[in-house]
Design a protein around this ligand. Sequence first.
Ligand code: AMP
Length: 117
Amino acid sequence: MSQDNNCIFCQIIAGRQAAEIVYRDGLVTAFQDIHPIAPIHILITPNKHIPSLNQITTDDQQLIGYLFSIAKKLAAQYEIEQSGYRLVLNTGKDAGQSVLHIHLHLLGGKSMPVKFG
Ligand code: AMP
């Protein structure tokens, strides 16, 4: 599995950096965001280091789809599938991406304004 030793999420995935892991399998790791902005704020990330959506290839299509299926599973586990939840995938500077390793933010547990930009 390709990893980047300088990437904080690769370090979490490899167990070299502490995080509150909530899900892990051979392809995906999910953990609590260190600065949550909602009662449920989980980051879902591929174990493979891919800096952003701009770097995915056709080989990654299944993996990206799989991230969404884990989001659905965790939404059910955290009992927010009925109340609703938001998935956010920031890409690049203008979107405020601060960690260059693809991740879905799973946000829920409160009513969120429909506001972008
Ligand atoms: P983004 O701005 O989309 O790149 O989101 C990066 C997210 O990673 C932010 O919400 C941070 O709070 C979170 N984050 C950064 N470092 C850690 C860490 N060591 N453990 C958990 N979450 C982190």
